[in-house]
Write a protein that binds this ligand. Structure first.
Ligand code: 5GP
Length: 238
């Protein structure tokens, strides 16, 4: 399968058409951005690590009944994925309060939430990805009906429960994460985009060291070493 015309370029990935209308090639970039792309950088090998990490996590989720866009890994930085129309909602799940939640609501950083909090944000860089409630989603026609929002929340909670347990066994705390979903040609909702240390917060269970993109956001040093550590723990057999 070969890359054809560039369909979309985001902050961390490029999407190419292929000769099959139902399949796209996703290329993982080495670029890093923080706080709506105001701070930019790049680290050699970051894209390849995210490709490996996301592939492993999508396979685990598939085994646990979550349908995803992943078809297969093509090489170090490329995946073959099913074409789907991305729902422009970033679905965020939080187990521990940090980041924008602590700033927005004044909750002490590091507080364990009484239950996983699911939030929706509008996937719109020009507006700074603002927080949405269900009615905003309907008024903006981001989904067909309220049932889709219910499904997105259920899927997000299920993904959280699978991954939280998986990482706990590897001494990693899944603090929070962002996922995106798409709708394929048959109308099925698929987990799309990626799940990686670019889109999740991981803290070491013992030292509370940050092993995710916050290292770049906060100038804490190399992200690559941290992402390699996350991959090694994912690959660790139980
Ligand atoms: P916060 O709202 O605290 O900045 O982010 C919550 C979680 O969602 C974090 O794990 C963060 O990495 C992820 N997240 C939120 N917005 C984005 C985004 O635009 N891109 C990526 N890759 N992750 C995001």
């Amino acid at each position: 399968m070969e890359k054809k015309e560039l369909l979309y370029e985001g902050k961390a990935k490029k999407l190419y058409k292929t000769e099959d209308n139902n399949l796209l090639i996703a290329e993982f970039k080495d670029d890093l951005t923080a706080f709506n792309a105001l701070k930019k950088g790049s680290e050699d090998g970051k894209g390849a690590l995210n490709n490996k990490i996301s592939t492993q996590l999508f396979k685990i989720l598939e085994k646990n009944g979550i349908k995803t866009h992943l078809v297969k890994t093509l090489d170090e930085t490329h995946q073959l994925v099913k074409f789907c129309k991305i729902i422009p909602i970033e679905v965020i799940v939080r187990n521990i309060a940090t980041g924008s939640l602590t700033k927005r609501l004044g909750i002490t950083d590091g507080t364990t939430l009484p239950f996983p909090l699911v939030e929706f944000c509008y996937k719109n860089d020009d507006l700074g990805d603002p927080l949405l409630n269900d009615e905003h989603c309907l008024i903006l026609n981001l989904v067909q009906d309220e049932g889709v929002l219910v499904t997105l929340k259920e899927l997000a909670r299920k993904i959280n429960s699978i991954l939280k347990d998986f990482f706990a066994k590897r001494d990693l705390i899944l603090v929070d994460f962002k996922v995106e979903f798409g709708i394929d040609s048959s109308g099925e909702i698929l987990l799309a985009d990626e799940i990686s240390p670019d889109s999740c917060r991981f803290w070491d269970a013992k030292t509370k060291e940050k092993l995710d993109k916050d290292r770049f956001r906060e100038g804490l040093g190399s992200v690559k070493v941290a992402y390699e550590e996350v991959l090694n723990r994912i690959l660790k057999t139980q």
